[in-house]
Each structure stands twice: as structure tokens, then as C-alpha cells.
Design a protein around this ligand. Structure first.
Ligand code: ZN
Length: 168
């Protein structure tokens, strides 16, 4: 049985399956440096180290950490590091498994089902990108407002200084 290395996460391969929950388990990288990055990211007690069977479930990766193979399989990119819902103190973020199930008709072939899942995953990827863009736009708008305020303050400061100069 595979358990998720994130202490606050209760996902195990016994309870969770890829087909019903859309959750997959990913072993720690073999590369020493990257393995260490994962060990730090999972926030365990200081003396904890990963073993060959240690794994993290897909709930802790961003949609952009995955790519789709030509056959529609979801694979983890080789530079991905767990970042979502890794600590109990963090606000819970939506994960890639928040996929609505696809509706399967009794006469759908396996290929059609795979394609339906592929489309659904692409929709999730597109949605997460759309959300990121939205956040960037909001940040931009906020910065613009701040900049406008700064300009007004600056104008006041300049005119106040001018007043002082003319008083003298
Ligand atoms: Zn997990």
C-alpha cells in the first residue's frame, strides 16, 4: 500500500484509485538534490528521510506540474515539487482531482472514454491557467491604483515644497 508522505493528507492507495478519484501517487525523485527538495517540501519532522517507497499524491501538485502524454496519460514533470496543501496551517487549495466525473455511455469504446478524460483534464488545465491570468490582472490593477495614489502624494509633496520655497 502506498501512503502519501504529507502528514495531514489521508490518501492511501487502498482508499484512493486513479479511475474513481483522479488521484495518482508519485515516488520521490531518484536525483539526490531533487529528492531533498521534496523532503523539505513535505514538511516532516527534522529526522525524517524518504525511502524508496515514499510517495506524494497528486493532490499536492499544481495542474501545471503535469503534462499529458500522447495517449492521454497524466505524467508529473521532472522538475515538479509538491506545493499544494502541504501543511495543515495552509488554507486548502483546489487540486487537480477536483474534476467533475465524465459521463460515460454504455456503448462508449475505451478510446472514447480516454478522450473524454483527456478533454476534462485539458479543461482543468485551461481553467487553472485562466485563474492564474485573472490573479495577474487583479495584481496589475491594484498596482496601477497604488501608483496613481503615489503620484497624487508626490504632487502634493512637490506643491507643498514649492509653497515653502515661495514663502521664504
Ligand atoms: Zn496526499
Amino acid at each position: 500500500m502506498v501512503t502519501c508522505a504529507i502528514t495531514s493528507c489521508k490518501n492511501t492507495s487502498a482508499k484512493i484509485s486513479k479511475n474513481t478519484h483522479g488521484i495518482t501517487f508519485h515516488r520521490f525523485p531518484k536525483d539526490k538534490g531533487r529528492r531533498r527538495q521534496w523532503e523539505v517540501a513535505v514538511n516532516r519532522e527534522e529526522q525524517w528521510t524518504s525511502t524508496a517507497s515514499s510517495a506524494v499524491c497528486s493532490e499536492h501538485f499544481e495542474a501545471s506540474d503535469f503534462y499529458l502524454t500522447e495517449r492521454g496519460l497524466r505524467k508529473l514533470s521532472c522538475d515538479a515539487v509538491p506545493s499544494i496543501n502541504i501543511s495543515a496551517c495552509q488554507p486548502v487549495e483546489p487540486t487537480i482531482a477536483d474534476l467533475e466525473p465524465v459521463d460515460i455511455h454504455p456503448n462508449d469504446t475505451e478510446e472514447v472514454i480516454n478522450l473524454k478524460y483527456k478533454v476534462r483534464r485539458l479543461e482543468v488545465l485551461a481553467e487553472s491557467r485562466r485563474r492564474k491570468v485573472q490573479v495577474l490582472w487583479q495584481t496589475k490593477r491594484r498596482l496601477r491604483i497604488r501608483l496613481a495614489r503615489m503620484k497624487i502624494i508626490l504632487k502634493h509633496l512637490i506643491s507643498a515644497k514649492k509653497d515653502k520655497v515661495t514663502e521664504m
